[in-house]
Design a protein. Structure first.
Ligand SMILES: *Cc1c(COP(=O)(O)O)cnc(C)c1O
Length: 431
């Protein structure tokens, strides 16, 4: 394929490309193992001298075709699927940052990611400095240390909906000789291409828009191939010096631009085993085919709903980066001109003085829009962090964590927008 296809075409055509007489649709290789005729042939695979499949914990063809499609969508050089978005983010960092290492994390990230890096990985001896994504360049530069290995942020933060200032973050990371890792789950590669703005590694929770139908939990890591590890061998010894667990292979020497993903596959996946099931990869692939259509509809509906809420007398505030006047509107236009995502947040005015009670009352009146712990699938849904995901926190703790007690996270689906607004309307009328 010489021609560079557009993203809509890649979503349908990339990855599995059948030969004459092969299935039109990506097959599910539902097999743990792969057969070889001679012992020597299989031995070469274990020495990384030949490439091929032998055990699904390391690699499976169905997964690889889906990873290849997402690699093409992001414009990277290599990609791998993981069992979840959490596993993708863990692998992406742990592949280059081990005990004794340090990382810089944007404070505006998904709660599970925040916990992974500041609590769980701390127990592994990895230090994490959390910074406000709206900090100045000076503040950002001051966060780097001798042992800093990477900077991690989300392109659109879940649930804060902060849009990343890619230029500021990429510049700081690169001037300190470390890669910028960006979780691109919310806008997806359809709306945001992090590699074009200086990100080096991209991760996704495929569980969200990519799957799009709330069928399967999964993740993906994509490497741009742009970060030159060999310039900093003392900082990234895992990639630039021999690996004893593979007869002394040096990943950057043997695999060039494929070094980072190869190491994550043959070392981390081999030892930690967070592989996505081929069945789930098949669902993700199905979702990807309609991703551009769905993203367009999600964004169109979300903007209409945000505008409706903004003009409603019972609504206290609305946060949607696609809304003119929003703090992140200009950054959104710069980095995601086609649109952001379908997630908005808002708060309603309290009539009783008890914000949480009023918010819960509003949500309980909704008929079609469901209360679920999910975002970014075809169906409209709401979540109230203060009474769900963050319910163990006090009022003060909620504010400290950046979660306003009245915040309703609204994942606007692809139903007819008039029906979505009508449901909100009748619920607001009852509070
Ligand atoms: C959901 C989510 C994750 C975690 O992904 P899982 O697939 O649930 O493990 C990570 N990052 C972002 C931005 C998310 O929305």
């Amino acid at each position: 394929m010489n021609q560079e296809y557009s993203i809509e075409t890649k979503c349908v055509q990339s990855g599995w490309k059948p030969e004459n007489g092969e299935p039109r649709v990506l097959p599910i290789y539902q097999s743990t193992t792969f057969k070889y005729t001679t012992s020597e042939e299989m031995g070469k695979l274990f020495d990384l001298e030949a490439s091929g499949y032998f055990y699904t914990r390391l690699q499976n063809p169905t997964n690889d075709y889906v990873a290849e499609k997402i690699r093409d969508m992001e414009g990277g050089v290599a990609a791998m699927l993981t069992s979840s978005g959490q596993a993708a983010n863990f692998f992406a960092v742990f592949n280059i940052c081990e005990a004794g290492g340090h990382m810089i994390l944007s404070s505006a990230v998904y709660g599970g990611t925040f916990n992974l890096f500041t609590v769980t990985m701390k127990k592994m001896g990895i230090e994490c400095t959390v910074i406000d994504p709206d900090c100045t360049e000076e503040e950002l530069n001051a966060a780097f240390k001798e042992n800093t290995k990477c900077v991690f942020a989300e392109s659109i933060a879940n649930p804060a909906l902060v849009v990343l200032d890619f230029d500021k973050f990429a510049k700081a990371a690169h001037s300190h000789g470390v890669p910028l890792i960006v979780d691109n789950t919310f806008p997806t590669p359809v709306n945001c291409r992090p590699f074009e703005h200086g990100a080096d590694i991209v991760t996704h929770s495929t569980t969200k828009y990519m799957d799009g139908h709330a069928l399967s939990v999964g993740g993906v890591i994509v490497d741009s191939g742009n970060f030159d590890w060999t310039k900093y061998p003392e900082k990234f010894p895992g990639l630039c010096t021999p690996d004893d667990s593979y007869h002394g292979v040096t990943y950057t020497e043997r695999f060039g631009k494929g070094a980072y993903i190869t190491k994550a596959t043959v070392q981390l996946m081999r030892d930690l085993g967070c592989i996505q099931s081929p069945q789930n990869a098949f669902y993700v692939n199905n979702g990807l085919e309609s991703l551009p259509l769905r993203m367009e509809k999600h964004c169109e509906n979300a903007l209409k709903v945000a505008k409706y809420l903004q003009n409603h007398e019972k609504v206290a505030w609305v946060n949607y980066p696609g809304l003119e006047g929003n703090k992140y509107y200009d950054l959104a236009k710069k980095y995601m001109p086609k649109g952001t995502c379908g997630v908005i947040s808002f708060g309603i005015k309290s009539t009783t003085g008890d914000t949480i009670k009023d918010t819960v009352r509003f949500m309980d009146q909704l008929k079609m829009i469901a209360i679920v712990t999910h975002v970014a699938d075809a169906r409209s849904c709401v979540l109230h962090p203060a009474s769900h995901t963050h319910r163990q926190m006090t009022y003060e703790q909620l504010l400290e964590a950046g979660v306003q007690p009245d915040l309703i996270r609204f994942s606007v689906g692809i139903e007819n927008v008039d029906d979505i607004i009508a449901d909100v309307e009748q619920a607001l009328a009852l509070v």
